[in-house]
Every structure is written in C-alpha cells, then in structure tokens.
Design a protein around this ligand. Structure first.
Ligand code: ZN
Length: 290
C-alpha cells in the first residue's frame, strides 16, 4: 500500500467507490476482525452498513483510495463481524499507514466535537470551504484544529537515563518526563522548566530528536535529548511517585511501542550498547498498548 495519507479537503462529489472508513464511537474505532486478523473496513457509504454518522470529515487519499472519518452514536448497532478497539490496542495490529491516518481521524473528530460553537460570541459555527477550519457566521472568527505542543525529554547522566513513575499511571510504568509548552515559552525553555519542576535538576545540551502527533486528545509531542548539568533529584510529589537514574541494562517497565517515549528510550539503549560494544538486553519489560 502507498505508505501515507495524502491530505485533501476536496471530497469526491459522491460516495460511490470503496473507501477507507475510520468510524468511531467515542474514542474506539470500528475494525473488522476475523480471528487474529484485524482490518479497516472499506465501503462506499456508511448507509450500506446501516450506519448513520453524527459527524463526518473527508481526510484525503491513501493508496489511491478515499478516506473518511466519522463518529456514530454510542447506541448505534455495529455490524456483526466488526469490533470497537482503541488506537493504542490497534498499534502494531493494523497496517501502519492506516494507523497513522486513524490517529489523524480521532483528532479531527475530537476537534469537530469541541468546536461546535464560537468561543467568542457563542454562535453555532459552520465549516469553512477549502480548509480544515470552521468559522462563526456572526463574528467571522476562524477556528482551526487545536494542536497542543508538549515536550518530552530523555535526560542522560553518565550513561544512565532519568525515568520517572507518574502518579496517574496505575501500573509500575516508568517513562521519560514530558509536559505542555506554556504561552510565550520556547521549546528549550519548556524542557528546562519541566525537568526543573518535576525532578529539581538542571539540564544542558538540549537537542532535538523527533516528533510525533499524539491525538489523546490533541498533542504534538516534540522529543529532545539532554544531559544532566547539576542538582539532585527532588520530585514534585503532586505529580511524580518515583524518579531515578537507570542503567540501560536494568530498566524497569517502560512504555509500549506506540509512543515517542519508547522510541527515545530504545534509541538510548541501542546507542549505549554500541558504545560499550555489547548486545542490548533483550529481556526488557514493556507496557502493553491498551
Ligand atoms: Zn462568533
């Protein structure tokens, strides 16, 4: 399959050919399940399956096929061979380009749900032609999908990595630190502030690593690496349950493969193993994607 969604706002005039449909009830997506095999439903029109979308957006094409996302009512009956699954669960189970598009789909629908009224004057909004945007017919306010940037940073100190267990994690999961960028802040300032607030240390040599759209519900994760500069770990007890420096050979349970957190930790483990000329520890404990 062509490996990427080609975004477009120009939907075909009629729903006459088979298309990829990203159909959600709340945050769960409808997939066809046949034993272990999971696939995305492909049909021309939701009416064929007696589905009545509450909201619907055209996304573009993938592999030459049109893509739509839609939300259906919580009380709707889904076809018998279909199941509702969360996107974390579907990671690695659904073809990757479709999963990427599904992440965009869930973000689009969430934005559609939360932008029904003008935040300025309260009037019901309408869709803007030719753009993924809405506008207020009364005061002309333009409303674009909201993307909330968040920094996520892997901090190294003498070959060890800083990992923390966040209070809201119910399991024994340890990860690298992350936080939303505040108004007026550069990404580097956000990195320094978050690390300072959460574990009380200073960092240096902040370097960009990569980024990841994270639609739970509307983030863009911007990944960095940094080096320890000074201070001792002193955790913010309202948010963090535990934090410490971990040897890449002796990691606690770390995030599942869907996240950039995991990508950064894997990168660190590989890099350190290469430096030491050893094979990375295979027995790592991963959090299951749920
Ligand atoms: Zn308005």
């Amino acid at each position: 399959m062509e490996n990427k969604l080609i975004p477009s706002v120009e939907a075909p005039p009629a729903k006459s050919e088979p298309a990829w449909w990203f159909v959600f009830i709340s945050d769960k997506m409808m997939v066809a399940e046949a034993g272990e095999e999971i696939s995305l439903p492909c049909f021309a029109d939701p009416a064929e399956l007696a589905l009545e979308p509450i909201r619907e957006w055209y996304l573009g094409t993938l592999g030459g096929r049109h893509c739509y996302c839609a939300e259906i009512s919580e009380t709707a009956a889904i076809p018998e061979n279909m199941a509702l699954r969360g996107l974390r669960y579907l990671y690695g189970r659904l073809e990757e380009s479709l999963h990427r598009a599904a992440m965009k789909a869930v973000h689009t629908l969430e934005w559609d749900r939360t932008s029904r009224y003008c935040g300025y004057c309260g009037m019901e909004t309408i869709r803007t032609r030719g753009m993924v945007a809405k506008e207020c017919p009364c005061c002309e306010l333009l409303i674009f999908p909201r993307i909330s940037p968040a920094v996520i940073v892997l901090v190294e100190r003498e070959g060890k990595v800083l990992l923390a267990r966040v209070k809201r994690f119910t399991s024994e999961l340890y990860s690298i630190l992350a936080g939303f960028v505040e108004l007026g802040e550069t990404l580097e300032e956000a990195v320094r502030r978050e690390i300072g607030e959460e574990v009380g240390i200073r960092v240096k040599n902040i370097r960009y690593f990569g980024s990841q759209p994270w639609p739970f519900p509307d983030s863009l994760m911007i990944g960095f690496t940094a080096e320890y500069e000074s201070g001792e770990i002193s955790i913010d007890e309202t948010e963090i349950a535990d934090a410490g420096w971990f040897d890449p050979e002796k990691l606690p349970t770390i995030p599942g493969k869907i996240s950039i957190a995991r990508e950064l930790i894997d990168w660190f483990v590989e890099t350190k193993s290469k430096e030491k000329g050893i094979t990375p520890q295979k027995e790592r404990r991963y959090h299951p994607n749920e």
